[in-house]
Design a protein around this ligand. Structure first.
Ligand SMILES: *Cc1c(COP(=O)(O)O)cnc(C)c1O
Length: 408
């Protein structure tokens, strides 16, 4: 093990020295006592610029502009930030993305809109996979109960994800909507977005992509895929901070056609007419319900500035290098001790995190947290290492995984 470790340490030094993004780590606030933060896919680290922006917002924007801030820009912030996320991370032209609510709530609004529309055409099946993120499954279950739709399950391999062949086998004239994650939250499997979208469209139905583990990590090309609907978190790779609002994408061709169920004044054609009945906005603003979460988007704006500076392709290149390195370290130090790799080896099918499994990993993860090595445990037996490219070095990955090896 010592020879292996020396070899891995040399590789980590070489990779860090050659890393064009290495200097960006200093943009993040230091975290005392943390040896390795390997959970940037669940909650990104705060940028120094986020702290400055929050203070400035309280003192200047909110503090001095007061209610005038709404007229000076806050009113349009949901769409403005949506356009920015669309351009930097989603491959979406302006006018199709908003920032609002939580991922769960936006998922509900978009899925309900699509299912309601499909029911008028006699389509009743919501297709989803058994390993999709819990909230996606629960929301679909709720909509099915509420609207008399039925769930059609794709049995997904928890160490991989949903393939185009599996989707092709279940979609057809009864399909109302397909709900899938682009990057699987457990295995990190990267689904074939364009091919699956094409297959579902051939069956006459739309797809709702959950991009929570893709946005800011894996380039997405929603317009290029001909995508319909998408949602995702801003607090993972986009750095929005705990509970920051989500983003939702509604392709232009579906606007004015699909109607979301939480019809509030901000989604009205003319909110300040304060008229008697609801008339939905003809554009993507119809996705909004109430007052936009302005304050909660302040750290996100710092995250988007950084992504703008670096570019998603450079982020992805480092992400592939980090996960590839983590898998080599796992093979050298962990697999000999009975650890199983539960993530794709092919980088074209892998997102930004890797999952390693062993029966005792719940306990092992508790011990790692006490040592300042922060990954996360996913039942039944997985430790998930989320390697946020802008804030994580190769040496940090090795430090965390060496600690893991010691705990075995
Ligand atoms: C993290 C995550 C969510 C979280 O949704 P919230 O409404 O923010 O709690 C949803 N879907 C996926 C795939 C996720 O990874």
């Amino acid at each position: 093990m010592h020879a292996d470790l020396a070899e891995q340490a040399a590789e980590a030094r070489r990779l860090d020295a050659a890393d064009p993004l290495a200097a960006y780590r200093d943009r993040f606030l230091p975290a005392e006592g943390v040896v390795a933060y390997l959970d940037g896919n669940s909650l990104g680290r705060p940028l120094r610029a986020a702290a400055e922006r929050v203070a400035r917002f309280v003192h200047e924007d909110w503090g001095t502009r007061l209610i005038r801030g709404w007229d000076e820009g806050w009113i349009d912030l949901s769409q403005q930030l949506g356009d920015r996320i669309g351009r930097l991370a989603l491959g979406a032209a302006p006018g199709q993305v908003v920032v609002a609510d939580s991922t769960t709530v936006l998922l509900y609004k978009l899925a309900r809109a699509a299912v309601d529309h499909a029911l008028t055409r006699g389509r009743r099946e919501i297709v989803l996979d058994t390993d999709n993120f819990p909230t996606d499954r629960y929301v679909a279950e709720g909509i099915a109960a509420e609207r008399g739709a039925v769930l059609r399950w794709i049995p997904a391999d928890p160490a991989a994800g949903v393939t185009p062949e599996q989707v092709a086998a279940v979609v057809g004239p009864g399909t109302a909507l397909v709900v899938l994650s682009h990057v699987a939250y457990r295995s990190g499997f990267l689904a074939d977005g364009p091919e699956i979208t094409r297959i579902v469209h051939d069956a006459g139905a739309p797809v709702l992509w959950d991009l929570s583990h893709s946005a800011g990590s894996v380039p997405v090309d929603l317009d290029g895929w001909g995508a319909d609907l998408a949602v995702g978190c801003s607090y993972k790779y986009l750095g929005g901070g705990p509970g920051a609002p989500a983003f939702g994408y509604l392709a232009t061709r579906h606007q004015g056609v699909l109607a979301q169920p939480v019809q509030g004044w901000f989604g009205h054609r003319a909110p300040f007419e304060m008229g008697p009945g609801h008339e939905p906005a003809p554009d993507v603003r119809a996705l909004l319900s109430g007052t936009p979460p302005v304050f909660a988007t302040v750290p996100l704006q710092a995250g988007l500035d950084l992504l703008d500076e670096v570019g998603i392709d450079a982020v992805r290149a480092k992400s592939v290098a980090l996960t590839g390195f983590a898998l080599r370290v796992a093979d050298a130090l962990l697999v000999p001790h009975g650890v199983r790799v539960a993530s794709p080896r092919d980088p074209r099918r892998r997102g930004g995190h890797v999952t390693l499994c062993r029966a005792d990993f719940a306990d092992v993860n508790d011990r790692l947290w006490k040592r300042g090595v922060i990954g996360d445990f996913r039942a039944p037996d997985g430790i998930r290492l989320g390697l946020a490219p802008l804030s994580t070095s190769f040496a940090e990955v090795l430090a965390g995984m060496t600690a893991l090896a010691e705990e075995l």
